[in-house]
Design a protein around this ligand. Sequence first.
Ligand SMILES: Nc1nc2c(ncn2[C@@H]2O[C@H](COP(=O)(O)OP(=O)(O)OP(=O)(O)O)[C@@H](O)[C@H]2O)c(=O)[nH]1
Ligand SMILES: [K+]
Ligand SMILES: [Mg+2]
Length: 437
Amino acid sequence: MTDTIFALASGAGRAAIAVLRLSGAGCGTVLQRLAGPLPQPRMASLRRLRAPASGEVLDEALVLWFPGPRSYTGEDSAELHLHGGRAVLEGVSAALLDCGARPAEPGEFTRRAFLNNRLDLTAAEGIADLIDAETAAQRRQALRQAGGALAERYAGWATRLTRLLAHQEAAIEFAEDGLPNSLEDEMRAAAAALAAEIRRHLDDGGRGERLREGLWAAILGAPNAGKSSLLNALAGREAAIVSATAGTTRDVVEVRLELGGVPVLLADTAGLRETADEIEAEGVRRARRRAEEADLVIAVFAADVPPDAGTLAMAAPGTVVVANKADLAPAPAEIGGVAPLAVSARSGEGLDALREALAAAATARAGLSAEAGLTRPRHRAALTEAAAWLDEAVAAPLPELASEALRAAVRSLGRLTGRVGVEDVLDVVFGDFCIGK
Ligand SMILES: Nc1nc2c(ncn2[C@@H]2O[C@H](COP(=O)(O)OP(=O)(O)OP(=O)(O)O)[C@@H](O)[C@H]2O)c(=O)[nH]1
Ligand SMILES: [K+]
Ligand SMILES: [Mg+2]
């Protein structure tokens, strides 16, 4: 028997409507004490809510009743769509407490859904990401994951792995009986194939993780190239100080942007040069550090000044190279072997093309791939581990060691989805596995 829990599912604060959600074995009883006879399942029904102790009317509300297991949590659940005032919420919450329900812990509804097999851990993470999604691409990725796209793939791998393990155990039994068998060879081939498949999935350049967390981009260049002017133009506000004095920017100035559906943290940095000024020199160190950490570098040159050797090295493939101040001089055909984008932060010329180039670079580094990709370091760690255990199984000198390695691989996948336990799946597989014993 689970406690009956409740929580405000809509945003806090005064609002037209507030949604209180309830879940737990006693949910139906609580609902009846507040709202009278249970309404039709999943049909909105208008009810007077009364405090059970005093009979006082607390609100007139829409009530929804979701008997388990066809509910989000898999348990008996309900929703109360109240008028969103503070006194209403307090009154109804107090009445729920009187009926023995308790406030839910953070994530407790989804935790119960997981425990009742309504979703696996990756789908639960997808729901959390959906709530946090700021851009359309993030929303699509989160929806796909919440819908079980990763869960399905990982569960498929877990099933294959478990079968491998069963075959391996069978091979050991055969060996004990002194019978010849090819099961062991088949296991090694299949384990190698699965390891390769997992590695292909891992080898995605971190797109899903970057889309989820946002991309780091940095503007770099010589002093006075117009870096801060460009940041301001892209941000649409005067975020960084612009002046004709070289060495204006010292601290890293950050703005949040959306480029091609990818959230981007764009940083303006100090102009790169040798300097005796201690503060400016620290700014240059910070600029270089930011360049190393960045997923995307925008190298800015002034069209009217020949690029100096110190900053030329920044113009490399993979970098977005910009010749700014195109209103003063024609942009050179190439800088460091890369054709620059001709832009003027002053006149606005070329800014749309720059935005497009940045959006293309951002979606190439972060974004939806055709197949559902992993989205968290946790996924990467568990899958890397599983692939390494499969390698061990392939190379194991003794069947018992191969078996151990396969078990460890199953456990790695199990941690990822929160689902597979070695023993119970083995029971299932051995149940229909004929080894003549
Ligand atoms: N004509 C022209 N002037 C520009 C353009 N972009 C920037 N400037 C001017 O160039 C000067 C330097 O601009 P900033 O944006 O401060 O340059 P910065 O690269 O951030 O400079 P530091 O922070 O000192 O490294 C300012 O006087 C700007 O008004 C442009 O596209 N055309
Ligand atoms: K400047
Ligand atoms: Mg600047």
